[in-house]
Write a new protein. Structure first.
Length: 182
């Protein structure tokens, strides 16, 4: 035990400095904050619905809550009920068993409601497509406002997609055709 303590005292505290903030992340956070204040006048509440995904997109969605991305600091919260949500974040191809549940969640969300399809599976059906067990993409079941492609999309792409949903691109050319350009 003493050799380890001596080694600790000799070495001291070894850590690396915190990474610099990504300029794109800072810009997206500022634009999200501004858009929420202008459009909603309050916090944005998201209800996440897993319609049959592999959980790859869920891992990236959970990363939005870590100290690096920290969506809650700018007022974006996740709700357990669609009745409290402004936006549905749907992942995965819609499994036949989840079709009715997804429609109910959509119907329970108060107007004006936004729907964001996440990942290749949510946007196109992915490798699963339409089959006896899958309805395919989210748009086959409920109307979709924004689709965020990627397998899985990065947390920054998710933030850009949420921004594109609450503040559609202006005509100033700041955001081109996809949320990735925001």
């Amino acid at each position: 035990m003493f050799p380890i303590l001596r080694q600790i005292l000799r070495t001291g505290i070894v850590s690396e400095p915190a990474p610099d903030a990504d300029p794109a992340l800072v810009l997206v956070k500022q634009r999200l904050d501004t858009a929420m204040r202008e459009k909603l006048g309050r916090a944005l509440v998201i209800r996440h619905v897993d319609a049959g995904s592999c959980n790859g997109c869920e891992l990236e969605i959970h990363a939005l809550g870590n100290p690096y991305y920290n969506l809650e600091a700018i007022g974006i919260k996740f709700a357990a009920s669609p009745r409290h949500a402004d936006l549905l974040l749907v992942t995965g191809p819609v499994a036949k068993n989840m079709e009715v549940a997804l429609k109910r969640a959509y119907d329970a969300t108060p107007a004006p409601k936004l729907v964001v399809a996440v990942g290749d599976c949510g946007c196109t059906g992915g490798v699963f497509g339409e089959s006896y067990a899958s309805c395919g993409r989210v748009a086959n079941v409920i109307p979709v406002d924004v689709a965020i492609p990627g397998c899985p999309p990065t947390p920054l792409q998710l933030m850009q997609g949420i921004l594109a949903a609450i503040a559609p691109p202006a005509d100033d050319g700041a955001c081109a055709s996809s949320p990735a350009d925001c």
